[in-house]
Ligand binder design. Sequence first.
Ligand SMILES: Cc1ncc(COP(=O)(O)O)c(C=O)c1O
Length: 153
Amino acid sequence: MAETSHPAFAKACHLLGIEERRGPIDPVSTLVDLDWVADHVDDATLAVVGSACNYGYGTLDPIRELGAIAGERGVGCHVDSCLGGFLLPFAEELGYPVPAFDLRVPGVTSISADTHKYGYAFEGTSTLLFADRELRNAQYFYMTDWSGGKYCS
Ligand SMILES: Cc1ncc(COP(=O)(O)O)c(C=O)c1O
């Protein structure tokens, strides 16, 4: 992921024991160095991450190119659209030149969009969408033999 990716990824990687790799950005465009990303995907990589948009600058990572790298290497590609997910689709409808940044992009496997930001819902609510059902099905947790009843989240 780019250096500009949200600290939420650092936190998740820390808690889950996953190595996080943050690549340099171009100081003018603020976009991640794609060669660096391609060079840092290896056999243990879970996913490439792109932001649409990032928190610090509001710029969009090159999602099409990140999706292509991930697709070629057979790893996931998550788009963090927590901030932009409820802005960019409307900007696109208004005719602004918004590059494809979501599940339409080949190679993108998941995208997050925070309802609690520009969805104007309560803090703590959010969405996570998956490109395929199998990946989504891996997110469910069931406990069916609990004394309190059947639990599913
Ligand atoms: C781009 C981006 N990604 C992720 C997050 C993390 O969101 P949350 O605090 O809901 O985990 C934020 C929050 O500011 C954000 O702006």
